[in-house]
Design a protein around this ligand. Sequence first.
Ligand code: F0G
Length: 482
Amino acid sequence: MPRIKFHSGETIPLEMHKVRIVQKLTLLPIEDRLKAMDDAGNNTFLLQNCDVFMDMLTDSGVNAMSDQQLAAMMIADDSYAGSATYTRLEAKLRELFGMHYILPTHQGRACENILAQTFVKPGTIVPMNYHFTTTKAHIVLNGGVIEELVKKEGLEVTSDLPFKGDIDIEALEALARKEGADKIAFVRMEAGTNLIGGQPISLANLADVRRVCDKYGLILVFDASLLADNLYFMKEREDSCKDLSIREITRRVADLCDIIYFSARKLGCVRGGGICIRDEGLYKRMRGLVPLYEGFLTYGGMSVREIEALTVGLEETMDEDMINQGPQFIAYMVSELLKRGVPVITPAGGLGCHIDAMRFLDHIPQAEYRAGALASACYIASGVRGMERGTLSEQRNPDGTEVFSNMELLRLAMPRRVFTRSQVDYAIDRIDWLYQNRKMIDGLVFVEEPEILRFFYGRLKPVSDWQEKLVAKFRADFGDSL
Ligand code: F0G
């Protein structure tokens, strides 16, 4: 996606692909959207996809695939053991990451299960830049604790720091000195740090982490699920990467790590996952868990068709025009929302556009779920489905009190190569309208609150008739427009 300037001087993100297969979308009238949101208990996870116009819930497993990926699926070699399809994937991963040993899995969290079961023992610590929900769950399940050491700017909504995902290296070194290799199961670095707004890490920071790991004899594990976005940001924002190809940057990243794992639902635009390991001993410690939880070593729970498409998808990740698309669309959305005064996470990261519900809805008590209320209002106003990333996604304390999240975010994920610019403009327009009318939005309360992972299937209701009033205002402002 080259930087194209219009005659007017405006710079736009220009799609470097054409659409050859389409899926019909429907945009329900706002009254029907209100009913759908009510039926879903004000939880966007419980909406039916047929009622959604733009599905910005996640970028996981919903990225567009290329013609080359679809073509590759037709030549897949169906075989339980020794499939040629798997050999091709193994060769591609070895080529890109320079690690010899590969374990296939059905998705990213399966890698986390294997890593945690192998390395995490009760009382051990896993320092990391920041956790992802499933990562933390597996570590805790095995008796470990996580220690989040992201730089302080990483937790600030607005910042100029280009690599907000970087770890505080002094804090990591202090922890390593204090606890040592016996207590530290491994050090984990996450590319494109998901929960703080898809914020990248720098190559320089990763090199510093390597230095600490070498000094204290620690294993460095790299979560590459969001590597594609992170590679783009390294090339864009880091001087030492400016003259390197994406393939060269990939190799420099990999050369610093002992183990790389990924969700292929993001990296490679298919559905699957894998672990790449440099050392034979570490590989052998993990290998036995793959047939137990995933499937035989040459498919790991993935279909051969997906594996074939993954091999192509990984190669396509080396194409700057391909990996630029998501971050540039997100940057466009972020800058347009900023122009309209809407509070968003800056700098723009990967994964999606993150709206700061803490400020957007500062008149609502945090206990009435600002980000959840915004997700509900956003769907009603636009048919755009986002994901709550705030207090609703936390778990209550054992005494029943709420754990208030540091950030209250509405994540609007940007699946790669899926939406057109006019669709993104539509989302911007409706969010702008919501912002103008933000004082009409009020809170939510639980009517059904599951004890574990309540955000997935809990049901809520509005604290007043604010949603009906919002619909009436929409009708007054937009007439009979959808
Ligand atoms: N690591 C990161 C950084 C992730 O973002 C995810 C998934 C996983 C691991 C787990 O991978 O879903 O294939 O099992 N993130 C998805 C999301 C769920 O919506 O952000 P998985």
